[in-house]
Design a protein around this ligand. Structure first.
Ligand SMILES: [Zn+2]
Length: 252
């Protein structure tokens, strides 16, 4: 068992949310019980995730996508009421880390994705790299664009959408997990053969084609499963708590 406040203090120390200008509060978002035995991690604090976490006996849920996003209607209506009611009914703590969890050099979504996809020499790069959001790396040996798509599909259990083109063989890459298609031109500026992110927008296709870069939309959810798992494992190592990751599949 560990104290809720000690867990949050530890997480804040590791992830340093004060260094980020984010679109949501990072850290404890909804207060539940003071003593925590079991932490369930997940990508998004959706209703389905909360229901499974409750069934698994969680005292705290720790996610990448929590609540209270900037610009959102702040009223407690509809799905928001039901989600909060679930948390309150079970005295469940909700902790969420957004950009600090993308960026962390060891447990972050970007570095963890590099491990999953076997990208080498991973390091933050460029303007967005200063905040840990855009990363570059290399492949251990060059891959055809199709072979890279296959590797991503196998390892993430979801086939990516591949658009654009350019190099006949891919050696260098840039990536940012989640809804980071907007960094494509920064990736072009780095001179890499391919850029990988989660989501795609209509203009991303034209940027990829006209800039001559391979773009892979590998899934917002699929690219962001790994940071929170690394964080949960680290907590279990540091404290006397149990950790369990629950994946609620999402095709986007
Ligand atoms: Zn995200």
């Amino acid at each position: 068992m560990a104290k809720r406040d000690d867990i949050i203090q530890l997480l804040n120390g590791w992830l340093e949310p004060e260094k980020f200008k984010d679109y949501c509060p990072n850290g404890l978002q909804v207060e539940g019980c003071g003593d925590v035995h079991r932490i369930v991690t997940g990508v998004t604090a959706s209703q389905a995730f909360l229901d499974q976490a409750v069934a698994a006996g969680a005292d705290m849920v720790l996610v990448h996508h929590g609540y209270f996003w900037r610009g959102e209607d702040p009223r407690i209506l509809g799905i928001r009421r039901r989600r909060l009611a679930t948390l309150f009914a079970h005295e469940l703590n909700l902790a969420a880390y957004h950009l600090p969890l993308d960026a962390h050099p060891v447990m972050g979504n970007n570095i963890q994705l590099a491990h999953v996809l076997d990208f080498r020499e991973a390091k933050p790069a460029g303007e967005a790299g200063e905040s840990g959001l855009l990363w570059t790396g290399t492949l251990e040996s060059p891959l055809s664009p199709e072979a890279l798509a296959e590797r991503i599909g196998e390892r993430l259990n979801r086939m990516p959408l591949h658009v654009g083109g350019g190099a006949a063989e891919i050696r260098t890459l840039a990536w940012c997990t989640g809804a980071a298609q907007g960094f494509i031109e920064q990736a072009v500026g780095l001179g890499v053969d391919a850029y990988i992110s989660g989501e795609i927008s209509e203009p991303t296709v034209h940027s990829a084609r006209e800039c001559g870069i391979h773009y892979y939309a590998a899934g917002h959810h699929a690219t962001e499963r790994y940071g929170v798992q690394a964080l949960g494992a680290k907590l279990q190592e540091a404290l006397d708590i149990e950790h369990l990751f629950i994946d609620v599949p999402n095709p986007v």
